[in-house]
Design a protein around this ligand. Structure first.
Ligand code: ANZ
Ligand code: ZN
Length: 823
């Protein structure tokens, strides 16, 4: 007897061969219809884990499937190598982050190769390569020229543990996304990219992304948080200039009974200066500073505030209304100033009740009169305007537009749109990132590093432990102190580094021209390969990475460097691999190590196991027994496929058409449905169909008049349909069948529509030997389905009369016979 399939020898040999021959390198320009498929590049924090295996298996099956269908496929992989984890790990070990990072990259890369991924390694890079980050700096300077990069003193999110600022997107429920420390606010001078300029396009262009889930689009829309309303100007006691508020409800202006400023608002200082309120303001501010944004806006918390001793004038009633500073008004939303309408805004209502401020109704519902003295919540519903002069009676579906128009005519306000989205804060006070290519000169200000001096490389000999508000780079005196490129005077480099989301915003363009040292990428190759036809990655990037990359893409279009307004119109979010419903991690001790799986069962069995576990977007809870569950499921099945190949291998190589028969028809149907399964990312059902076809082939083989040529034909189809998911065993088996070339160079099998059509037959159901019903079923119906359909028949049930049959005989596909005891 033939020995079992020796997966280890085959996989190691083929994996090496594929790397040595650059087997999956794509041409510079596509040679036929293209498919650019990208999986979000990994962060090399160690070796490969099951999350990588999952997304790589899905991605690679799609890449290989597209190749077989005749597309020119580009499937690259690089490494997202800058950032805090590398730096923290290096600090702990007392080595340079560079060493740690490149060692991890080498390991991750070799594991991806061992897994049999068909990545084009000739285009690979790490974002910490100076040849990559040079272009981050180049882009930074282009943005700077265009006014899209600017430096400003602003209150920023500060993580006291990581000792760096965080973008709004990196603060989750008031805590640092990475280390979970409570985030505080600090005033620092920082670099920003002007994402808010693109807010409308970021919303509108979501319509282009037809291959996105509705959930993802909603997450982005909420994040951008477009809000329409009006800006209204209020005169302030003792101020020469009026102050503007943003409101979504200008129609409630007649109900504004007080005026509220964010405690950080500079106007608070001016109003309180030199009065008894000055000290109170200072202590109130100190209290508010310790609150997170979540606390401040929470509906559960009692709102706090202080009167500032001055008044504003309600522009429509002419009434003097008190000016308060309150914690629930945020400095960085709208204008940081609010007209408070307690009758119709819940936060204002609660505040008014706490501090005994007047409530005045401006919108009256049809049901009856709202009474300010008895209301226990703000009224947010429909109605008509009341107490609003000439506007009285205007219904609330027209009131906002009507009042806005009038404010514009009167010159007291204007239509306005506000966004929750903030400009992207990109500077970090950390070592392991792209240095910002700016020199600060006392005379010339912010001076760009001349292009021919790029890249500004990271100095190696730095004490890179975080120091506080200053980047560790500030301590690298030789590196920092330079001459001003403009006037030659003593000057110093900017010591901040860029947020690593800068890298991931455009890396997929760099793959297209990874060795270009004249420009980030040539327009010609970008037009030829972009947009990405299929992007895969985790839903955790729903806001951060996907917003920034879409923003960057729009700038590229505006700069004439790219054509497509959206970079990835189709996106698949894979689920998570867990164990005991918890994320796999070393510290939890629930890690299933891919290398162990390679050793015991092979990469093919591992890939199939993951793909077979369920739909790709569902989470998969790995069984407690760990890696050995592969040994019960996909490993023995691959051995079974191999034995079938060995036995079919004795038959002559298929010449032309094989006579049709039930097995050949089954094969055509399998090709049809498996093709549709691949198109729908439904790998688990594809594998299930292939398992059935293999069972049928075994059954056929046992028949006395089995035709060896038929069997061979079916086995070959199984290999072709399986090879994108299990690339090693299928390639070896293909050669074993006597083929010269590789299975991966074969075209995707086509089915014969006639043969694939479901044939139908009429099944007869007998009860105690007499025909009771005739039911149409597929010609290849199984016994189980036959019996199920027989019991489903009303006529049959009537003749059973509630009795349980003593005997059930099914003869596929035409007869079911039920025998019941007669009394
Ligand atoms: C008066 C008013 C009356 C309001 C009413 C609402 C209802 P969104 O939808 O989130 O954009 N607001 C404005 N700036 C604020 C700030 N910096 N901090 C806290 N609240 C602020 O909400 C806009 C509304 O939130 C604005 O409309 C304002 O209250 C408040 F019946 O103005 B409104
Ligand atoms: Zn200068």
């Amino acid at each position: 007897m033939e020995p079992d399939y020796e997966f280890r020898e085959v996989e190691e040999r083929l994996a090496r061969e594929w790397v040595d021959t650059e087997r999956w390198a794509a041409p510079r320009l596509p040679s036929s219809d293209k498919r650019y498929v990208v999986t979000m590049f990994p962060y090399p924090s160690g070796d490969m884990h099951m999350g990588h295996v999952e997304v790589f298996s899905i991605h690679d099956a799609l890449a290989r499937f597209s190749r077989m269908r005749g597309f020119s496929v580009l499937s690259p992989l690089g490494f997202d190598a800058f950032g805090l984890p590398a730096e923290n790990a290096a600090i702990k070990r007392g080595i340079n982050p560079k060493e740690w990072t490149y060692a991890n990259i080498a390991q991750l890369k070799s594991s991806a190769q061992r897994l049999g991924c068909s990545f084009d390694w000739s285009r690979s890079f790490a974002t910490c390569d100076p040849s990559f980050y040079k272009w981050n700096q180049w882009f930074f300077l282009r943005f700077f020229e265009r006014g899209l990069a600017y430096r400003e003193r602003a209150p920023v999110n500060w993580c006291p543990n990581d000792k760096t600022v965080l973008a709004n997107e990196q603060v989750i429920a008031g805590r640092c996304e990475r280390c979970d420390a409570v985030v505080t606010k600090r005033w620092l001078t920082q670099w920003f990219f002007r994402t808010t300029d693109y807010a409308d396009r970021l919303i509108d262009d979501l319509a282009i992304n037809v291959g996105w889930s509705e959930r993802l689009k909603m997450l982005q829309r909420n994040w951008i948080g477009r809000s329409e309303g009006a800006e209204v100007r209020f005169d302030i006691e003792g101020e020469s200039e009026p102050v503007t508020v943003f409101t979504t409800r200008p129609d409630t202006l007649w109900g504004a009974t007080f005026f509220v400023l964010a405690p950080e608002h500079p106007l608070c200082d001016r109003l309180a200066r030199g009065t008894e309120y000055e000290g109170r303001l200072a202590s109130f501010r100190a209290k508010v500073e310790s609150l997170t944004e979540i606390d401040r806006t929470s509906t559960e918390r009692a709102k706090k505030g202080i009167w500032l001793g001055k008044h504003a004038t309600n522009p429509v009633t002419g009434e003097a209304i008190p000016i308060w500073a309150a914690d629930y008004v945020l400095m960085d939303y709208g204008t940081g100033a609010v007209m408070a309408v307690p009758a119709h805004d819940q936060r204002d209502f609660e505040f008014a009740r706490s501090y005994d401020l007047p409530v005045r109704v401006a919108i009256q519902p049809a049901s009856g009169a709202l009474d300010p003295s008895t209301m226990d919540a703000a009224y947010l519903g429909e109605g008509v305007m009341v107490g609003s002069g000439t506007f009285d009676g205007t219904p609330s579906d027209r009131s906002v537009a009507a009042v806005t128009q009038w404010l514009e005519q009167e010159g007291r306000g204007r239509h306005a749109v506000n966004y929750r989205l903030r400009d992207w804060l990109i500077s970090r006070q950390r070592y392991w990132g792209t240095p910002i290519p700016i020199v600060h000169c006392a005379a010339c200000g912010e001076v760009p590093v001349p292009e021919e001096e790029l890249p500004v490389t990271l100095p190696d000999d730095v004490d890179f432990a975080p120091t506080g508000e200053q980047s560790p780079l500030a301590g690298a005196h030789e590196w920092v102190n330079v001459r001003c490129p403009k006037c030659g005077a003593d000057a110093h480099r900017d010591t901040d580094t860029m947020d690593t989301f800068v890298d991931s915003s455009w890396y997929f363009h760099r793959y297209l021209d990874a060795h270009n040292d004249e420009e980030p990428f040539a327009r010609e190759v970008d037009d030829a390969w972009m947009a990405i036809d299929q992007y895969t990655g985790g839903i955790e990037h729903a806001v951060l990475h996907l917003i920034y990359a879409r923003f960057w893409q729009k700038i590229l279009v505006d700069m004439g460097m790219a054509r497509d307004p959206e970079p990835f119109p189709a996106l698949l979010n894979q689920g998570q691999v867990t164990m005991g419903a918890k994320r796999m991690s070393k510290s939890r001790g629930n890690l299933v190590d891919p290398t162990k799986a390679f050793e015991r069962y092979g990469a093919d069995a591992l890939r199939l196991y993951i793909l077979f576990s369920g739909p790709p977007d569902a989470d998969f809870d790995w069984p407690e027994e760990g890696v050995d569950s592969i040994g019960r499921v996909t490993y023995p099945w691959l051995q079974r496929v191999w034995r079938l190949v060995v036995e079919a291998g004795d038959a002559p190589v298929t010449q032309g058409a094989t006579s049709a028969g039930p097995l050949i028809e089954r094969m055509h149907r399998t090709i049809k449905v498996v093709t549709a399964d691949y198109e729908a990312f439904s790998f688990n059902t594809a594998i299930a169909r292939l398992m059935e076809l293999v069972n049928d082939a075994y059954r056929y083989k046992a028949e006395p008049d089995a035709d060896a040529a038929v069997l061979r034909r079916v086995v070959e189809s199984v290999l072709l349909l399986l090879c994108p998911m299990a690339p090693f065993v299928t390639d070896e088996a293909w050669r074993r069948l006597g083929h010269e070339g590789s299975v991966h160079d074969e075209p995707w099998p086509v089915f014969d529509a006639l043969l694939a059509a479901e044939q139908e037959v009429v099944m007869i159901v007998q009860v105690n030997g007499r025909v009771r019903d005739r039911i149409t079923v597929p010609a290849d119906v199984s016994e189980d389905i036959m019996v199920e359909r027989a019991f489903g028949s009303d006529k049959v049930r009537e003749h059973l009369g509630g009795r349980e049959p003593a005997k059930v005989i099914a003869r596929p596909p035409k007869l079911v016979s039920l025998v019941v005891a007669t009394d």
